[in-house]
Write a protein that binds this ligand. Structure first.
Ligand code: FAD
Length: 300
C-alpha cells in the first residue's frame, strides 16, 4: 500500500453531507487471504468510497489484525476505515485500551456491537451484556468517535417472537449512537418497516442498508451466514442460485443483478447510503457500483 496523509473523517459528518457509499472487509487469516484483501482494497479504492469498515472476531479473536488493517487504511487511503468492536467477553479496561490506541492512531469511527456469545452456551465473562453498554463507553471516551450500531430489519435472531422489545432496544441504542448499519436482507419492505417502527419510537437516526451480493460468496457460505443472522433468502432467489450452485461465475452474475436491483430500490426509497458486504473481493462490488451509476466519473 502507498502512503497518503491521514484524514480523520467522522461518519456522522459524512452522512450529514449526503449519501454515502461504503464497503465492508474482514481480517484475513492466511498470507494468501491477506494478498486478496490488499488486491480488493487496491481495486475498490478508485471508487472513492465514503468509508470502509473491518469486522472484529467475537471475543477479540481478531483484535490485533482488525486494529492493524483499520490503522493502515486510515494511514494510507484518502477514505476512513471504521473499526468493528464487539464487547461480549471483554472488560471495560480492555476496550478502553483499544479505544486509546485507535484515537492515538487517527481512527475516529467505531461500530459498537455486542458480538455473539460462545456457541457452546458457556459464560463469556467480561463486563458487558448488550451493545448499548459499549456505545455508552465509546461515547464517554475523549476520542470523540463517531459511533455506529447494528440493526436487524428481520429482527435479531435472539428477538424472534418479540418484535416490540427488539425495536425498543434498537431505538434506545441508536438514540445514543450516530447511525446504524443493517444485517443483510433481500426484501426492501423489511427495511422500510423497521424505519417506520423506529420513527414511531421517536428515533430517526440514519440507518444504512447492508447489501450482500448473493454470488460474492459460495452458495453454502451465503446460506450459512443467512441462517446465523436470521436473514431470509427468498424462495425464488434461492431456486435461481441453487440451479447454478457449482458455477461461481453464473452465481456472481445473478448476485450482481439482484443486488443492483435491491440497491436501486433502496436509494429510490431514500436510503442514506449503501453499505456493501465486499467479502474481501472487488468484482461484484465494481459491477454493482457501475450499474448504479455511482462510479466517481458519474458522481460530481
Ligand atoms: P444488541 O444490540 O446487544 O442486541 C442483541 C440482542 O439483545 C437483541 O435481541 C436485542 O433486542 C437484545 N437486547 C438489547 N438490549 C437489551 C436489553 N437491555 N434487555 C434485553 N434484551 C436486550 N459480530 C461480530 O462478532 N463481529 C463483527 O464485526 C460484526 N459486525 C457486524 C456488522 C453489522 C452491520 C451487523 C448487523 C452485525 C455484525 N455482527 C458482528 C453481528 C453481531 O455482533 C450479532 O448480531 C450479535 O448477536 C448482536 O449484536 P448487536 O450489536 O445487535 O447486539
Amino acid at each position: 500500500m502507498t502512503s497518503a496523509p491521514t484524514r480523520a473523517r467522522r461518519i456522522r459528518d459524512l452522512l450529514a453531507a449526503g449519501r454515502t457509499l461504503s464497503f465492508e472487509f474482514f481480517p484475513p487469516r492466511t498470507d494468501e487471504a491477506e494478498r486478496q484483501l490488499e488486491k480488493a482494497i487496491h481495486e475498490l479504492a478508485p471508487l472513492r468510497p465514503s468509508f470502509v469498515s473491518v469486522t472484529y472476531g467475537a471475543g477479540g479473536s481478531t483484535r490485533d489484525r482488525t486494529r492493524d488493517i483499520v490503522v493502515e487504511i486510515c494511514r494510507t487511503q484518502p477514505f476512513p476505515a471504521m473499526a468493528h468492536l464487539t464487547c461480549t467477553g471483554h472488560t471495560r479496561d480492555e476496550i478502553t485500551a483499544l479505544l486509546d490506541d485507535y484515537a492515538a492512531n487517527g481512527v475516529c469511527n467505531i461500530l459498537a456491537l455486542a458480538g455473539d456469545p460462545p456457541a457452546d452456551g458457556s459464560d463469556p465473562g467480561g463486563d458487558f451484556t448488550y451493545a448499548i453498554e459499549l456505545v455508552e463507553l465509546v461515547r464517554a471516551h475523549p476520542g470523540d468517535f463517531s459511533v455506529g450500531v447494528a440493526a436487524h430489519p428481520e429482527l435479531h435472531p435472539r428477538s424472534r417472537g418479540d418484535r416490540e422489545a427488539d425495536r425498543r432496544h434498537l431505538a434506545e441504542k441508536l438514540s445514543l449512537a450516530d447511525f446504524a448499519i443493517t444485517q443483510f436482507f433481500y426484501d426492501v419492505d423489511d427495511y422500510l418497516r423497521m424505519l417506520d417502527e423506529l420513527a414511531a419510537l421517536g428515533c430517526e437516526k440514519p440507518v444504512l442498508p447492508g447489501v450482500m451480493p448473493p454470488g460474492a460468496a459460495s452458495l453454502s457460505g451465503l446460506k450459512r451466514m443467512a441462517a446465523m443472522n436470521g436473514s431470509v433468502i427468498p424462495a425464488d432467489l434461492l431456486a435461481r442460485l441453487e440451479a447454478v450452485a457449482d458455477d461461481q461465475s453464473a452465481l456472481r452474475d445473478i448476485g450482481v443483478e439482484v443486488a443492483t436491483d435491491l440497491c436501486r430500490r433502496l436509494l429510490d426509497a431514500g436510503a442514506p447510503g449503501l453499505h456493501l458486504y465486499a467479502l474481501n473481493r472487488s468484482e461484484s462490488v465494481l459491477r454493482i457500483v457501475d450499474a448504479l451509476g455511482l462510479a466517481p466519473a458519474d458522481r460530481t
